[in-house]
Design a protein. Structure first.
Length: 288
């Protein structure tokens, strides 16, 4: 009798065990689904730890997106949250601002997608690490705006000055101008951030002028430009270490500025150590 029962159980359940891979049915790995969600729950479901949200926003992907390891889905979701969603640690922001890219933009390595993971390779907008999010990365090939590696620009480059041009961009890049090495683009965003954007470390300023010159100015070596930008920050900006002055000219001397040695808190302009280069240094030799 025991042998008969054993054969009966073996006959009934052995084919099911082979079909399911000797696993329980809920653990069966589905391979023919249109959406694959490996580690997190079903994309239409909420995360186990989500309580009252309609979309998932954890370490796992957004419920409306798919996991990066999914192979046949319409959209790919990265490990970080969806850019349209809030970051898990964000409290009162409407959009997530990760370390470098803008949430409305894409990662520098992306090249042709709407909003894909940094490892995606086909996007229409590209977000580089430092430049303005509204610009594209220099390595973007099929973008609507081309970066400095391309050719045929509508604006003049410093290597071939044009007497008819009203703006010349030398070594320092103007945000509204092109990169010195660019030859076929409409606008180029240099390595430093866009002048209309804030620096990542800026907290309470409306516009930040980082280490490079003011984007609204041009480099001193520009000959026929209407705006001049020195190597140091814009004269109309404040120096980071100048607390009481309204205008600072760090390295480029100016006779209209004050010398910092007798620093006067009431002065509205501050001038560093170098002498005014517009003045002559008089040396008198008295023969013996």
């Amino acid at each position: 009798v025991h042998h008969l029962l054993y054969l009966d159980v073996l006959y009934r359940w052995f084919p099911v065990c082979v079909e399911l891979g000797c696993q329980s049915y809920p653990e069966r790995i589905m391979t023919d689904s249109t959406r694959l969600q490996p580690t997190a729950p079903d994309c239409n479901q909420l995360h186990p730890t989500a309580a009252d949200s309609t979309r998932l926003q954890p370490t796992a992907p957004d419920c409306s997106r798919l996991h990066p390891t999914a192979t046949n889905c319409s959209r790919l979701h990265p490990t970080p949250p969806d850019c349209n969603q809030l970051h898990p640690t964000a409290a009162d922001s409407t959009r997530l601002q990760p370390t470098p890219p803008d949430c409305s933009r894409l990662h520098p390595t992306a090249t042709n997608c709407s909003r894909l993971h940094p490892t995606a390779t086909n996007c229409t907008r590209l977000q580089p690490t430092p430049p303005d999010c509204s610009r594209l990365h220099p390595t973007a090939a099929d973008s609507t705006r081309l970066q400095p590696t391309a050719a045929d620009s509508t604006r003049l480059q410093p290597t071939a000055p044009d007497s008819n041009s009203t703006r010349l961009q030398p070594t320092a890049t103007n945000c509204s101008q092109l990169h010195p090495t660019a030859t076929n683009c409409t606008r180029q965003q240099p390595t430093p951030p866009d002048c209309t954007q804030l620096h990542l470390t800026a907290a309470d300023s409306t516009r930040l002028q980082p280490t490079p010159p003011d984007c609204s100015r041009l480099h001193p070596t520009a000959a026929d430009s209407t705006r001049l930008q020195p190597t140091a920050p814009d004269c109309n900006q404040l120096h980071p270490t100048a607390p009481s002055s309204t205008r600072l000219q760090p390295t480029v001397p100016n006779s209209t500025l004050l010398h910092p040695a007798p620093s006067d808190s009431s002065s509205t302009r501050l001038q560093p150590a170098p002498l005014d280069r517009n003045q002559l240094h008089l040396v008198i030799f008295i023969p013996r």
